[in-house]
Design a protein around this ligand. Structure first.
Ligand code: AMP
Length: 140
């Protein structure tokens, strides 16, 4: 069995894909189970598992082309917008342990939904908000 992630094997051409973008560090291809026409995955070629595993330069490389790819996806399928998201960790639904940005077209035809529909919402007091903000600052 290969030690490579599924997405490394796609980059290497060992598994076929509908490639839509490639440069030295970044690769993009159609999701094989599209949530909408044009659903694209954008990845660093290096197999960082999660976003926080990526050195700043590697993340900058992906972000340097992500907007351009999203605009091309929108234009290709005549979408009105895109949702761009990472399932960052197994508990968030990440199935492939190689960080990837989902670029999912959205259409003004009554089918569009914001990511807010995924969550029940959390009712926090001002004190709880301040505590969690402080913890986030302390953990950087
Ligand atoms: P995630 O759940 O965020 O890890 O997303 C993994 C995504 O990879 C899913 O949306 C799958 O449909 C997609 N996927 C799995 N295998 C392939 C493949 N061979 N080619 C393209 N996309 C794939």
């Amino acid at each position: 069995m290969s030690d490579q992630t599924l997405f490394e094997q796609i980059v290497e051409g060992e598994i076929p894909s509908y490639t839509v973008y490639e440069d030295e560090t970044t690769y993009a291809f159609l999701d094989v189970n599209p949530l909408a026409p044009g659903h694209t995955l954008v990845i660093p070629k290096e197999p960082y598992e999660r976003l926080e595993d990526m050195p700043a330069g590697a993340a900058a490389d992906v972000f340097g082309v992500l907007g351009e790819i999203a605009a091309a996806v929108e234009a290709a399928v005549d979408a009105d917008a895109t949702t761009i998201a990472i399932n960052n960790g197994e508990a968030a639904g990440q199935e492939v342990p190689h960080v990837h940005w989902h670029v999912v077209p959205q259409f003004e035809d009554g089918t569009a939904r914001p990511i807010h529909v995924m969550f029940d919402g959390a009712d926090l007091s001002d004190d709880e908000m301040e505590t969690v903000a402080e913890r986030i600052r302390d953990n950087q």
